[in-house]
Design a protein around this ligand. Structure first.
Ligand SMILES: Cc1cc2nc3c(=O)[nH]c(=O)nc-3n(C[C@H](O)[C@H](O)[C@H](O)COP(=O)(O)O)c2cc1C
Length: 351
């Protein structure tokens, strides 16, 4: 598979996917401004490379929640992988494990938690949780997740209601018994958020109170995904979150938010050493990753390119995407005199 150019990879995926599956993966909210600006924001930052440094040995190891990993590149939670490949999240998990990266499995997956866990190798798997109103059901799910060996809960907080995507709404994927939200209570058939029936419905009513409860109830670390402000990020840490993920959900719910590249510094400064900070949204190049690290992120997550890799070549396609990004990161580090991730400091960027 040629994953050198992720735009070409997306085109290849589009050519072989049913139009509604492609639309579900590609969609951004409203005018897709945030989705596009996330990508443009990383591209718009300028590097100030350091010269005459020894770059013969590049070290990309990073410690996330106390666990050492070979790469700071993780896979963001994205739902309904059976829309993209018959093996669904099993193939994704296999591909991610082969790359030695962290896989954040989505609540809206089509494969059982226990089956995804079977694909785990050395890297941890984390679970992305949506908090829904029935607390006993949330508790039962947490117990299953922990039992299956997942080592962190990632609470997504930026979509209490669905946003609206004209693109996805035009091309609805029909609910089918093949594609279930299989880990959710009642195993409902998966339907997109972008459906007229769901407009305005608060699906996931988490507030600070629920975060506090979750941190107490969960035997594994709780992270918060979908934070764009320093004050929110600090409050997450104060409520016990071990990490925050600066994210606007890939621009899929609230359009015209601040870009994640622009929000990152404020969050990093606000939380200081009280929590780890990761970022996602529009990461498409090794240079994007280097810039995110220079702005203070400990790691990045990648969404859509992984889906396109999955669609084109299953587990191997996923591994190719991650390996390709890793090779690009190493090259960017070598060309900028950055031998270790800790050398990626804000002065690497032009202000
Ligand atoms: C098809 C799709 C489904 C997604 N589903 C979820 C989800 O269920 N939970 C969640 O927290 N984020 C979800 N996201 C957002 C991603 O986790 C991530 O924030 C985003 O994709 C990063 O931006 P990128 O796609 O530009 O890399 C989804 C994204 C896509 C593209």
């Amino acid at each position: 598979m040629d994953s050198v150019d992720f735009d070409a990879l997306e085109l290849a995926a589009r050519a072989q996917l049913p139009p509604a599956s492609y639309a579900f993966g590609a969609a951004g909210a409203d005018d897709e401004i945030s989705m596009a600006e996330n990508i443009a924001a990383w591209r718009g930052l300028r590097l100030r490379p350091r010269m005459l440094r020894d770059v013969t040995a590049i070290d990309t190891r990073v410690t996330l929640l106390g666990h050492q990993l070979p790469t700071p590149i993780m896979v963001a939670p994205t739902g309904r992988h059976k829309l993209f490949h018959p093996l669904g999240e099993r193939a994704t998990a296999r591909g991610v494990a082969a790359a030695g990266a962290v896989y954040v499995m989505a609540s809206h997956s089509n494969i059982l938690i226990e089956d995804v866990a079977e694909e785990r190798r050395d890297a941890p798997q984390w679970f992305q949780l949506y908090y829904w109103p029935e607390r006993t059901e949330v508790e039962a799910l947490i117990d299953r997740i922990v039992e299956a060996g997942f080592s962190a809960l990632v609470l997504t907080v930026d979509a209490p209601v669905g946003g609206w995507s004209p693109r996805a709404a035009r091309d609805q994927h029909e609910p089918t018994p093949e594609i279930l939200n299989i880990n959710m209570p009642g195993r409902p058939m998966a339907r997109t958020f972008y459906h007229p029936d769901f407009v305005g419905k608060v699906f996931y009513p988490a507030t600070w109170r629920e975060l506090e409860w979750l941190v107490k109830r969960s035997p594994i670390p709780v992270l918060v995904k979908g934070v764009l402000r320093g004050d929110d990020a600090l409050a997450c840490a104060e409520h016990g979150a071990r990490a925050v993920i600066v994210s606007n959900h890939g621009g899929r719910h609230l359009d015209t938010t601040v870009t994640t590249a622009a929000a990152l510094s404020e969050v990093v400064q606000a939380v200081g050493n009280t929590a780890e900070v990761y970022v996602d949204g529009g990461i498409r190049r090794g240079t994007d990753i280097l810039k995110a690290l220079a702005l203070g992120a400990r790691a990045v997550l990648v969404g859509r390119p992984v889906i396109w890799g999955l669609a084109v070549n299953g587990a191997d396609g996923v591994t190719s995407v991650l390996d390709h990004l890793h090779v690009e990161l190493v090259r960017a580090m070598q060309l900028s005199g950055t031998a270790r991730l800790s050398d990626a400091t804000p002065d690497l960027l032009a202000s």
